[in-house]
Design a binder for this molecule. Structure first.
Ligand SMILES: CC(C)=CCC/C(C)=C/CC/C(C)=C/COP(=O)(O)O
Length: 286
């Protein structure tokens, strides 16, 4: 009966997984060698054996290559990071290009990122716009209006706006914590009352809030046409100010607009009526 070692050496001589060659170290333990070694030509023939091709693609993943322990590709002499980009997918190229454009554009548009920036003189104005879209003024203002509302309809609207603002904070916090995209390097972290997830930039919480609140106000308040235009302009300006201040990349704000727009649909779906409010208050009071 062949010993396990004999089995190992049989595997080494060609019977192992395609695309992997192996050897034993001094302790007799099997080690996988670099994947960049010459492979049988059949393995490169895309489509001839889909299973083998899939296995090859999997074995070429960056994590596996990093795990091989060598800092340069054995047959090209190039750093592994460069080798990994030799055959990127179309989606990979599109995403990398979009990201590069986003970073470049965001850096160029960050003209109020600090006082010495080209448009540094309007930074105070941009910070004022930032405050107008901040969570705390909105929460405090809505709570105040809810407390002072003199009709059931007014209370219902303010209650739902308050809940919408909380929902927005939760959803943005979750996405920021999952995506964990760093803020642009030119940003100065001098926002007031920023929570720990606010060190991340995707999506812009100001953009989600301003879009959701704008839709909310347009739907539930009776406003004259100029005021409606002002609300929309304000929402867009809040988003723009995030990029000009260097707080966000362009895609953070664009996604924030989209997310805020969708969040309003969610608020409508979860709308709490006056009756529901009384039920909730009854539950809270016991
Ligand atoms: C009561 C309570 C927990 C209020 C939290 C309000 C708050 C700290 C909101 C966050 C505001 C903020 C700095 C958001 C960051 O917005 P980005 O546009 O920079 O994502």
């Amino acid at each position: 009966m062949p010993s396990p070692k004999a089995k190992n050496s049989a595997t080494r001589s060609g019977g192992g997984s395609p695309g992997l060659s192996g050897s034993t170290n001094g302790n007799g333990r099997y080690e996988f060698m670099s994947l960049n070694r010459t492979l049988p030509p059949t393995l490169f023939r895309q489509g001839s054996d889909p299973t083998a091709t899939a296995r090859l693609r999997a074995s070429e993943s960056p994590t596996r290559r990093r795990g091989s322990g060598s800092s340069s590709s054995s047959n090209t002499g190039m750093p592994e990071e460069d080798c990994m980009r030799l055959n990127p997918s179309f989606i990979g190229i599109a995403l990398s290009s979009l990201l590069a454009i986003d970073l470049w554009l965001s850096k160029r548009l960050g003209v109020c990122a600090c006082e010495d920036s080209s448009w540094g003189s309007i930074r105070p104005l941009m910070k004022l716009i930032e405050i107008s879209g901040h969570g705390i003024p909105w929460l405090v203002g809505t709570a105040y209006c809810l407390y002072n509302a003199d009709s059931a309809a007014g209370q219902e609207i303010m209650f739902n706006l308050f809940m919408a603002l909380i929902l927005d904070l939760i959803l943005v916090g979750i996405v920021k914590a999952v995506v964990r995209r760093r803020r642009p390097s030119h940003n100065r972290m001098d926002m007031f009352a920023a929570t720990s997830v606010d060190r991340y930039s995707f999506p812009s919480g100001h953009a989600t809030r301003s879009t959701m609140c704008a839709r909310f106000l347009l739907a539930h308040l009776v406003l004259a046409a100029p005021m409606r235009v002002l609300v929309i302009l304000w929402s867009g300006l809040v988003g723009l100010s995030r990029v000009l201040l260097g707080r966000h990349n362009v895609t953070d704000v664009l996604f924030g607009f989209l997310m805020g727009y969708c969040q309003y649909n969610l608020v409508e779906m979860l709308w709490v009526s006056s009756l529901g409010m009384q039920g909730l208050l009854g539950l809270i009071q016991g």
